[in-house]
Design a protein around this ligand. Structure first.
Ligand code: ZN
Ligand code: ZN
Ligand code: FE
Length: 753
């Protein structure tokens, strides 16, 4: 009978299939179905040789996809006929490493339920062991020094396995078969607590003592997966205030680590998508509307950032008596990158924390917590780091290796290898010299991991000549350098993410600052183009003269002066209802005389200016604070009719706002009418350009679109237009964290020409 004949197939699987227990999984299902052959890792993923009857091979193939391990992500599966080799049984053969590696490195994974049950079981030999993990869970990216993912190439290389761990590691039917980071309290690393001159040794005692300190209102530096956190009791206002003072972090919200989903529901309103994100193995910080007020944690902000415990250590802290929720903020002073080396942490965190809970397993690279919001029932990435990096985010047409160095703010870098775009963790602002060092080592890391030499790379950078990233890119002895305009990159990032390589679109890029193709500052841009043809500017916010350089971004009143200098007559801003500080008058003089001014079409600064005129007159203590303040006020009232904002000419807009303020109209209404004005003017421009250029796809990107109210107003209005399809960023940030992806995609488009 034909069905009994033995057939042979070679199966090449790409995706996240290394370091996630994939090969043992293949062996198990092969043996279940009587398949003979072998499986091995190769530079691109996993290759399988499978022999059996046609029906058993068919079931085997189906189960490969349907039953794959939780952390695996199969991107493609190619199946070829090959000749039979009649192997005996099914086994794992050693890795082949011929060409350059493109196998994706798994991101770090939250501890799995299986491991947690063991950790809580007093009869288990890993009872209360803070580094418990298995093939399905635990650290990956944060401990890998180099590919292939073998223990000797990780930060676990310093620990040999005890006999029992080795047995599990060697047993194909064990969950810890080839689990590279496996360990136990007999053989693996542990934790100790350092409090002034005292050291508490023994993981359980150290963690228990840390939990006690937290409940006594102390600040403890806790070593996590990708760096040190500063932790304290979120319900204790005094200690949260102390943390703010020590960290020099005035008002920016802190994230919370809650005990479990039930506690998360107590503190924030969650949709099913919020819960799915909270429980995902990436375990990001999820932004959701607060149900409880915690003014010290999230001042003047209706949202809270919440995450669930994701390391065994977090679970142990809670179990051993730590209060919850805990404020968990990256261990650093504001602006500095997260501390991740022990020596560095002991030195730099000693003034910030009352004690340091030091974990002995080294961290290979700093990886911050990720932050994700929800927009229109879709995930909306704000900061992409732990749990996501360095997964590939999209495919691009060019096979040539491309390094894209991103923007200087919210930097992250992208590397395209064989058409896949891999994105680093978010690194922060490159004005800080520690961050510059991390940037440098991240680039080197990525090149080493993917075995690339600089002289074969196309290196893509921003057009800003003063950016650290631009200068860094230009001094690399690369095959080719390409400069990509900032807002072109924003729009390209959306297209790349939605896999629209050839589609021509109307792109709307709203942000604070980006270096324009004309050397001016852009940030309220309407573009037309595609990844393969590039973009051209169609329209923008009316240019304003902003006085005083970078300070205009920190002081909303200074931005206001720039916009208002364009108006014919102004009221006396020293009298009520205005209470603008002297800085405003000074800036107004500069703007009127056009001294120390720069021309800008920045939508971000427009929001700042309106915030200043409605009451936000102080310095912003973090980026986007004034615009968020304005958004939250607008969201607190019912929708209002829009102010006039014809073709993004801000003069009638400001005249109307000034008149309303003098009339005593509530600030929330003014803020809402302003949001409506921006939405209406933007929708009109989109419709006009799409009609004129016969384009049906609209892409929105840039940091301003993190404003949920504005984004929703625009999406709702455009949804009434059945001919238009609107796309926004989802898995990569709409802010400058996504610039590197857009750069890589545009460079790839031009590479093919
Ligand atoms: Zn596990
Ligand atoms: Zn062991
Ligand atoms: Fe930007």
């Amino acid at each position: 009978m034909i069905s009994d004949r033995t057939i042979a197939r070679q199966i090449s699987i790409r995706g996240v299939v290394q370091g996630v227990g994939f090969r043992p999984f293949v062996v198990r299902i092969a043996r279940d179905h009587g398949i003979a052959g072998w499986v091995m890792n190769d530079e691109a993923g996993v290759v399988i040789h499978a022999e059996g009857t046609a029906s058993s091979v068919a079931t085997f193939l189906r189960h490969l996809q349907e039953l794959s391990p939780p952390a695996a992500q199969i991107e493609s599966m190619d199946v070829h006929d090959v000749s039979t080799a009649s192997p005996l049984g099914f086994r794992i053969i050693s890795s082949r490493r011929a060409a350059r590696p493109t196998a994706r490195i798994s991101a770090d994974l939250a501890v799995c339920d299986h491991c947690l049950r063991e950790m809580h079981d007093p009869t288990n030999r890993r009872y209360r062991y803070p580094y418990i993990n298995c093939s399905d869970c635990g650290p990956r990216f944060s401990i890998i020094r180099q590919l292939p993912y073998d223990r000797s190439e990780t930060t676990m290389s310093g620990w040999g396995m005890c006999e029992l761990c080795q047995q599990e590691y060697d047993d194909i039917f064990n969950r810890r078969y080839h689990a590279q980071a496996t360990a136990c309290s007999c053989c693996g690393p542990g934790f100790r607590l350092i409090e002034a001159s005292q050291v508490v040794t023994g993981s359980e005692s150290a963690i228990g003592h840390a939990a006690k300190l937290l409940s006594l209102g102390k600040i403890v530096a806790v070593k996590g997966l990708g760096g040190y956190h500063l932790a304290c009791d979120a319900r204790n206002e005094t200690v949260v205030r102390t943390l703010r003072e020590r960290k020099f972090r005035k008002e920016r919200p802190f994230a919370l680590l809650v005990r479990d989903l039930a506690e998360a529901r107590e503190f924030v309103s969650l949709t099913p998508l919020h819960e799915e994100l909270l429980l995902s193995s990436a375990r990001p910080i999820v932004l959701a509307v607060a149900r409880r007020e915690l003014p010290e944690v999230s001042p003047e902000n209706p949202f809270l950032g919440i995450m669930l415990p994701y390391t065994p250590l977090h679970h142990l802290l809670v179990q051993l008596g730590s209060p919850t929720p805990l404020v968990m903020t990256s261990g650093n002073r504001s602006q500095e990158p997260i501390a991740y080396r022990d020596d560095q942490a002991l030195e730099s965190l000693s003034g910030l924390a009352d004690a340091v809970l030091l974990g002995e397993r080294p961290i290979a690279r700093p990886v911050d917590d990720s932050v994700v919001a929800v927009r229109k029932d879709r995930p909306f990435m704000i900061r992409r780091a732990r749990g996501y990096a360095p997964a590939a985010v999209c495919q691009i047409p060019s096979q040539a290796p491309i390094l894209a160095v991103g923007s200087d703010l919210k930097n992250s870098v992208a590397l395209a290898v064989a058409g896949r775009v891999v994105v680093s963790q978010s690194l922060g602002d490159l004005s800080d010299c520690e961050t510059q060092n991390t940037f440098d080592s991240t680039v080197r890391d990525l090149l080493r991991i993917y075995d690339l030499r600089v002289n074969e790379l196309t290196v893509v950078h921003d057009l800003h000549p003063e950016y650290f990233s631009t200068r860094f890119a230009l001094q690399l002895p690369a095959r080719r350098h390409i400069g990509v305009q900032h807002h072109h990159a924003h729009i390209a990032s959306v297209l790349a993410e939605h896999d629209l390589c050839r589609e021509s679109v109307v792109g709307v890029a709203f942000d604070g600052t980006g270096y324009g193709a004309d050397g001016r500052i852009w940030g309220g841009e309407f573009l037309v183009g595609s990844l393969s043809l590039g973009f051209e500017r169609q329209h923008s916010l009316r240019p304003a003269r902003l006085p005083g350089g970078d300070a205009a971004a920190r002081f909303p009143v200074q931005a206001a002066a720039g916009f208002l200098a364009d108006l014919e007559s102004l009221p006396d801003f020293t009298r009520p209802p205005w209470s603008l500080p002297a800085r405003f008058q000074g800036a107004l003089q500069l703007a009127r005389k056009n001294v120390r001014c720069f021309v800008a079409t920045s939508m971000g600064r427009l929001f700042d200016a309106v915030a200043a005129l409605t009451g936000f007159v102080r310095e912003q203590s973090y980026e986007g604070q004034a615009a968020s303040w304005l958004e939250f006020r607008a969201s607190s009232c019912s929708p209002q009719d829009p102010y006039p904002f014809p073709e993004h000419d801000f003069r009638p807009l400001f005249m109307a706002i000034i008149a309303d303020r003098q009339r005593g109209r509530p600030v929330a209404e003014i803020a809402a009418a302003f949001h409506a004005a921006v939405a209406v003017a933007t929708v009109e421009s989109i419709r006009m350009i799409s009609r004129r250029r016969q384009l049906r796809t609209v892409a929105l990107s840039g940091g301003v679109f993190q404003n949920a109210l504005l984004l929703n107003l625009i999406l709702d209005a455009l949804a009434e237009d059945p001919g238009l399809r609107v796309i926004v960023n989802q898995h990569i940030p709409a802010n400058d964290g996504g610039i590197c992806v857009g750069q890589a995609a545009l460079a790839s488009g031009s590479e093919r020409l």
